[in-house]
Design a protein around this ligand. Structure first.
Ligand code: MF3
Ligand code: CO
Ligand code: CO
Length: 274
């Protein structure tokens, strides 16, 4: 079978896992803290400033995206969060001129560093609390896509099992899965091995072991899966300009399943409690 064993450096020690739990909680807390600030008329730059100040001053942690990812003709990211609205798939740049309006769907993606370890999570928000039936269903399908991928995770399963489950579910809902961006191993390194594709074949890729930490972060499009990147070299949009939605958690593999390191208190994760 087309599968392989994880390099030992990807198996976290008990001390590293404890640090991942702490930073995961901080990242999750940012997504909760920002919620009451998301309303019609606010700019995505204002949301970025609030998250930045919370991470730096309250959490006494480091915003991982600030200054990240420069090189090969691309400027480093200059903000704390990614704010991706409507047809923006990911990596939306906070801006003073991007004013949220009633019915917009917004993804906020935040990565925090504490004590050298990263916690990475994102979720969708509906501006003003209601949107179209299509946008609402897209957001729900993106979250469920993340959960069906998570349901395959345990020691002994394969990275390909995650992608297979996500793709099968999303396509059954007549939506598409973005191919160009994927989940990733995470720890002291922000984007580490393995790559977690959100499509693919069961039983393929790296075999999971207890102590591995990685993200699952499917991007689900209402139309075609193809994307394009704007001239700012960061903003990724759907090729057909139809809506896109994403959810992301940082996860720890356990013998019997997983632990959600970026769980939010209001989130129903009962199906993962074993
Ligand atoms: N948080 C994103 C991820 O899920 C990465 C954003 S990189 C940035 O992997 F530079 F755009 F912020
Ligand atoms: Co992220
Ligand atoms: Co990520």
């Amino acid at each position: 079978m087309n599968s392989y064993v994880a390099p030992r450096r990807l198996i976290k020690s008990a001390e590293a896992i404890e640090k991942m739990r702490i930073v995961g909680k901080l990242a999750a807390e940012v997504l909760e803290m920002i919620k009451p600030h998301i309303k019609p008329g606010v700019s995505t730059l204002e949301l970025d400033t609030i998250c930045h100040d919370h991470i730096v001053n309250v959490q006494q942690a480091i915003p991982a995206c600030l200054g990240y990812g420069g090189g090969h003709g691309r400027p480093a990211f200059q903000h704390t969060i990614c704010t991706s609205v409507n047809h923006v798939v990911c990596h939306g740049i906070p801006s003073e001129s991007k004013i949220l309006k009633h019915g917009d769907i917004l993804n906020i993606d935040v990565t925090v560093i504490k004590d050298g370890y990263h916690g990475d999570t994102n979720m969708m928000y509906v501006v003003g609390g209601e949107t179209s039936i299509l946008a609402d269903r897209l957001c729900k399908v993106a979250q469920e896509a993340m959960y069906v991928g998570m349901e395959t995770v345990r020691a002994g399963s394969y990275v390909g099992d995650i992608g297979h489950a996500i793709q099968k579910y999303v396509e059954s809902q007549r939506f598409s899965v973005v191919r160009e961006y994927c989940g990733h191993g995470i720890g002291t390194v922000f984007h580490d091995d393995p790559q977690i594709l959100h499509y693919g074949e069961k039983g393929t890729g790296m075999q999971l072991e207890a102590g591995m930490t990685f993200t699952i972060e499917p991007m689900v499009n209402a139309g075609v899966w193809q994307t394009k990147t704007l001239g700012d070299k960061w903003t990724v949009v759907t090729k057909d300009h139809k809506l896109s939605a994403q959810y992301e958690h940082t996860l720890l593999v356990t013998e019997t399943g997983l632990e959600v390191l970026t769980a939010r208190p209001e989130e129903d994760l009962s199906r993962f409690q074993k």
